[in-house]
Every structure is written in structure tokens, then in C-alpha cells.
Design a protein around this ligand. Structure first.
Ligand SMILES: [Zn+2]
Length: 354
């Protein structure tokens, strides 16, 4: 028995379509069923907490509320609401566009008012959107104000950042986690380590990307060029001793919720032991999904008073992570999950969501 797993970077309001953001043109009914489906996929994989790092609106925030109030069965979700990006920045077509320090302050306050429990900022361009992932976007000044507002309310801040300038800006602004870091320099990892900034790689997200399956050509091109560099960068982060929390970016093209084990296996390929890879999805990530405010129970550990998120594995994952595939039992927030019912419901919803 071990603590329930934590995926520190998912998108419950996406359905792993080849052109993932087209999901946001679908009717609200299908989108809300997708959240439900994704929650069940997570539980089936032994994932009992996630951070949802961005959607087109606040649907996932509401899903999270329904789960925490006990109306729905699903994992604990710490949701960011809308990601905050500059004009023309990564995901500007879907995120909360904000320019200048005071507008950043307003954008953060909007997410908090809507019920967000983490704030997502875009510090560089991206791979799944138009633009250059190597270029810095939101400035130190803008992100500093966002961090100030978020921390004041007890929320942590996650920064999407691929390359050295944007990573340095985000860390100088005081963010808590760097997402991706595909093109990071050794210096990037040095400052992450010095500042205690956690890295959430999501390196497995590029594995399923290929041409000819409906993924937009620009994304295919950028992904294929980045894939090896991203793997090598994750291995360098591991070698440098950067603290890692496992995250998948699930919801993106052909990257469904539940692939956390494959991500952890890539950390083992990059140099972590199986036991340390297990820590990236449990103790390391726990503080990221702890409800803001005082007195909330610990997550990612088994201890008196901690959140009752547990799974029963089919062997000892410290010697072989494969023991985590299809856990025998899952307990989410003290409730034994009926995995037969989960399997059946996942199957029944799948047709609607294709
Ligand atoms: Zn993401």
C-alpha cells in the first residue's frame, strides 16, 4: 500500500484530441462529461490528486468543487482556472490575456474569485501553440505582481517556461514551479536548485506526436524537433539534483489522463531510481496539491492525519514501477473506489466523447 499518486500537470477540460484545443468549441454538456471521464481515468490509474493547469473558462474549478463537496467521485483537483498570458502569448486564444503589472493583478484576482487554487502564468512561448517556445513572454515585473497576489491568498504559482530567459524571469518573480523546461540551460537548473523551485517536466507529452494523424503541422514540426532535446534536458535536471514533481500535461494530443506511470518511467530512463521516481508522484508533489490555507491535511504521504488517498499495488514499485499499472485497490479521500464501476462507466462514456 502506498499514497495515492499525484499528477502535477493535467488538463481535465481537454480530451487528448489530435487538435486538443478544438475541444473548447464543443457543447458544455460534452465538456462537463469529459471532466467526469477524466476524473475516472485518473482514479483508475491510482491518481488521487491533480493540478489542472488551465482551461478556457472555470469549468474545471466547478468540477473540483463538486468532487470536494462529495457530489461526484473523482480525484482532488487543484485548478488554475484560466492561464494568464500576454497579448499574442502562448494560448492567448484561450487564456486570460493581460499586459502590464496592474492588469496581471486583476487577472490573478479574477481566478482566485472564481475559485482557482493555483495560478498559471505563461513565461515563454509554447510547442502546442503558434510562436517560438524559446522566447520569453510575461516580464519579471508582470509575474512578480501575479506572484504577490497569489501568495497573499495562499495559492502557489506555476510558470509555463521552456527556455533560459523565461525560466530566469519566472524564478526571479518568485514562482513555485517551472513547467516543462524543454530547452533549459545548466544555469536554469542551477537557479532552480538555489531557489528551491520545483520542476514539472511533462516530458512524455511529446511521445505520441507524429505526422499524418490530424495534429496541426506546426505542432508536429516543433514537437519532433524538441523531443530529444526535452529528454536530454530532463536528464540534466535529474543529474543537477533539481527537485521534480511528476506531471504529464495530459489532455494534449493522444496524451490521455492516466499516463503518469509512463512519465515516471522516463525519469528512470533519465537517471532516477524507481524509488525516487515514485517520490516525484507522492511526497515531492504533495505540497503542490495541499489546499491553501492552514490546517489542510498532508498529501502524498501515509501518516496519521494525512489525506486518506491510498492505493494497493500489484508488487513493490520501488523495484519495478510497473507494479503501479492498474492498481488492485484505490482509496480516494477515505472512500474505497469501486474500480469495476469505474471501468464500466469509462467504457460507457467513451463513445460520446470521441
Ligand atoms: Zn499544460
Amino acid at each position: 500500500m502506498l499514497p495515492g499518486l499525484i499528477d502535477s500537470h493535467v488538463h481535465f477540460d481537454l480530451a487528448a484530441h489530435p487538435a486538443p484545443f478544438s475541444h473548447w468549441d464543443r457543447m458544455p454538456f460534452v465538456r462537463s462529461m469529459t471532466c467526469l471521464h477524466n476524473g475516472l481515468l485518473a482514479l483508475r490509474a491510482g491518481i488521487t490528486s491533480v493540478r489542472d493547469l488551465g482551461s478556457v473558462d472555470h469549468m474545471v474549478v466547478d468540477y473540483s468543487r463538486q468532487v470536494s463537496e462529495g457530489h461526484l467521485i473523482g480525484p482532488q483537483v487543484i485548478a488554475a482556472g484560466r492561464p494568464i498570458t500576454m497579448t499574442g502569448g502562448h494560448c492567448a486564444d484561450y487564456g486570460r490575456v493581460a499586459d502590464g503589472a496592474e492588469e496581471l493583478r486583476l487577472a490573478v484576482r479574477e481566478q482566485i474569485a472564481a475559485g482557482a487554487r493555483v495560478i498559471k502564468l505563461m513565461a515563454t512561448g509554447g510547442i502546442s501553440s503558434p510562436g517560438n517556445p524559446g522566447l520569453a513572454q510575461l516580464t519579471v515585473e508582470e509575474m512578480s505582481v501575479a506572484v504577490e497576489e497569489a501568495h497573499k491568498a495562499g495559492l502557489s504559482v506555476a510558470a509555463h517556461a521552456h527556455a533560459p530567459d523565461g525560466i530566469a524571469n519566472a524564478i526571479e518573480a518568485g514562482v513555485d514551479t517551472i513547467e516543462h523546461a524543454a530547452f533549459a540551460s545548466d544555469r536554469s537548473f542551477e537557479i532552480m536548485k538555489t531557489n528551491g523551485t520545483m520542476l514539472v517536466p511533462t516530458v512524455s507529452a511529446l511521445n505520441p506526436i507524429q505526422a499524418g494523424v490530424g495534429i496541426p503541422a506546426a505542432t508536429v514540426d516543433k514537437s519532433l524537433r524538441a523531443r530529444e532535446i526535452f529528454r536530454e534536458s530532463t536528464a540534466r535536471a535529474i543529474a543537477a539534483g533539481v527537485r521534480i514533481a511528476a506531471g504529464t500535461d495530459a489532455g494534449t494530443a493522444f496524451n490521455p489522463i492516466g499516463g503518469l506511470l509512463d512519465e515516471m518511467q522516463m525519469y528512470v530512463d533519465g537517471g532516477l531510481t524507481a524509488a525516487d521516481a515514485l517520490r516525484t508522484a507522492t511526497v515531492n508533489a504533495g505540497p503542490l496539491v495541499r489546499a491553501p490555507g492552514t490546517g489542510s491535511p498532508e498529501v502524498g504521504v501515509i501518516a496519521i492525519g494525512s489525506r486518506a488517498d491510498l492505493l494497493v499495488a500489484n508488487g513493490d514499485p520501488r523495484s519495478d514501477l510497473e507494479a503501479l499499472r492498474r492498481p488492485a485497490h484505490v482509496i480516494a479521500n477515505g472512500r474505497l473506489v469501486d474500480l469495476d464501476w469505474v471501468d464500466k462507466t469509462i467504457g460507457e462514456l467513451a463513445g460520446m466523447l470521441e
